[in-house]
Ligand binder design. Sequence first.
Ligand code: AOS
Ligand code: ZN
Ligand code: ZN
Ligand code: ZN
Length: 382
Amino acid sequence: MLEVLRRQRIETPSWAYGNSGTRFKVFAQPGIPRTPFEKIDDAAQVHRFTGVAPSVALHIPWDRVDDWDALARHAADAGIELGAVNPNVFQEDDYRLGSLCNPDPAVRRKATDHLLECVEIGARIGSPVLSMWVADGTNYAGQDDIRARQDRLEAALREAYDAMPESMRLLLEYKFFEPHFYTMDVPDWGTSFAQCLRLGERAQVLVDTGHHAPGTNIEFLVAILLREGRLGGFHFNSRNYADDDLMVGAADPFQLFRILHELAGAGALEPDSGVAFMLDQCHNLEPKIPALIRSIVNVQEATAKALLVDREALAAAQRDGDVLGAHAVVMDAFHTDVRPMLAGLREDMGLDPDPLAAYHRSGYQQRIESERAGGAAMGWGA
Ligand code: AOS
Ligand code: ZN
Ligand code: ZN
Ligand code: ZN
């Protein structure tokens, strides 16, 4: 069990290091990275103190640089890897009626070319994942043809898929509403799954925990996707209402545990199982690096609890039809305080048992706050 925790890999998103906010206000923070290079420096700090966050996801164009080799070298020097490449098909005026699903072939061409560029960047920097969130949709009944839009989406994804090197996977994220409010073209795991089935084995579903209708049983769909070999990975975060992008494990640690329990049951917590653990969060109020450290710790705690479930006792209770007994096995694990165990593991890994305290003591925060005065927001808040 400690081995699984030691080998766990959780990717942080470059956009979580930049300023962010809501459509009402972005509150700028001191010390915010001014360049993709500085975002990598910050991501390296999260890894330095947790030991399990060795890669950072990139977003194009927010993280576009002239010299990709220089960025890759910078990451390697900082001790981390460049992870998933996230194309942006939602921030251009041309995309008012959609990007990959737009009725105008010229707009679709532009959006598809952006995907191809992202595949090329990914191949160049050795990224294992093209992480697709398609913001397309419609606002009114009759606005466009639902099935035709699926056909256009398939054609565009097919081009990207065919251009990917063997080592790359395409993960297709879904979200049930926003920015569109009548249909989203990829609203749920079923739609993503259907598109992935047509594309091929290296196309898999990405589950963003914040993207479901209230009441959706996420661990159930995770179990189904695992069974079909199509769970590509997660965007972890917390939601209370909609796409809140709060810290993972904050709103509902029990739900996070239940999801990880399904992964544990399928042996999918092992890093080589192919399920990518990624965070997709925005820290609007709280300082970024400490928030990401805390998020990593939250995932570790839920993982440790999932690993603690006595699976033999659980199987026996299930066989016996012992409803309360089976439930008790799961709840016992959930209620266990795993913090001392994780502190011990960190010491064993040569880390400080308390990563947040260690970060605060390190002086890094003070340093970036004085050195990066005048830093501009990059990303959502730009
Ligand atoms: C948006 O709601 C999604 O969660 C995304 O994964 C988005 O692509 C990401 O936050 C930035 O690219
Ligand atoms: Zn996401
Ligand atoms: Zn989202
Ligand atoms: Zn979200």
